[in-house]
Design a binder for this molecule. Structure first.
Ligand SMILES: NC(=O)c1ccc[n+]([C@@H]2O[C@H](COP(=O)([O-])OP(=O)(O)OC[C@H]3O[C@@H](n4cnc5c(N)ncnc54)[C@H](OP(=O)(O)O)[C@@H]3O)[C@@H](O)[C@H]2O)c1
Length: 213
């Protein structure tokens, strides 16, 4: 059994949890307010899921998904996530997160900041450019014509490979962006952000992206 530790139980965390339990994963999910606030969600998810604190979700994880507002990324439990693959769905909304000069100026990436904080983890970008509601509904079987593709980026090959396997199970093709330093190509306001695209279209959209928007 593989356990996914999910930190963040909002739109994206809950959708990834729903699909993951359908696929046979065990899920430990945490938020900022405490496990008792997740009773309804875990009841819906069934026996493969349990609610925990964020640190316990990290501790239990064979691999983790972090899916919280960027403004809180420094609260992610670095120690318990050390040595693990961490899939990062986090996007930068200055309206919500406050301005971060290194992102506004195009000298950092959101996932790069998360990797810097989780220095001993293997961070891979994932599920950041798909709407939460589309995660469970727009995947399809391998070799479906015009299958939807999602991007990943990581400084760790095994982390990017894990995201590729998970995307496949969720019903998506994968396009590799390369290292996290290039992951701005799929951040907010770039052509690949939020739109439904197949692998060829996604590659073209990544290539078209401008560093500062
Ligand atoms: N919504 C989308 O369609 C979408 C698509 C792709 C990527 N994203 C990105 O993915 C991330 C999550 O988005 P979302 O829409 O799921 O957000 P959301 O619905 O607002 O949920 C955020 C979750 O993060 C939890 N959280 C906040 N601070 C935390 C902390 N310090 N420790 C543990 N948990 C914490 C919240 O818990 P509490 O409620 O207990 O505070 C909540 O469960 C964001 O960065 C977003 O930009 C969103």
């Amino acid at each position: 059994m593989t356990t996914i530790g999910i930190i963040g139980a909002g739109h994206i965390g809950s959708q990834i949890a729903r699909k993951a339990v359908q696929l046979g994963y065990d899920v430990v999910i945490g938020n900022s307010r405490g496990p008792e606030t997740l009773a309804e969600l875990v009841a819906e998810l069934g026996p493969r899921a349990r609610a925990a604190t964020a640190a316990q979700a990290g501790e239990a994880a064979d691999f983790a998904v972090v899916t919280i507002p960027l403004k809180n990324y420094k609260a992610l439990p670095a120690q318990t996530l050390a040595g693990k693959v961490v899939i990062d769905t986090i996007n930068y909304y200055w309206e919500r997160d406050g301005h971060i000069d290194a992102l506004d100026g195009g000298v950092a990436t959101t996932s790069g900041l998360v990797q810097e904080h989780l220095a001993d983890s293997k961070v891979a970008k994932g599920f950041n450019h798909i709407l939460a509601a589309d995660i469970a509904t727009t995947g399809s079987a391998a070799c479906t014509e015009n299958r939807r593709a999602l991007a990943t980026a990581s400084d760790h090959e095994d982390a990017a490979a894990l995201v590729t396997r998970l995307y496949e199970e969720f019903g998506f093709d994968t396009v590799q962006i390369g290292p996290l330093a290039e992951s701005w190509r799929v951040e907010r306001d770039r052509p690949a952000y939020g739109v439904r695209q197949n692998a060829a279209e996604l590659k073209a959209n990544l290539a078209k992206a401008q560093r500062v928007v």
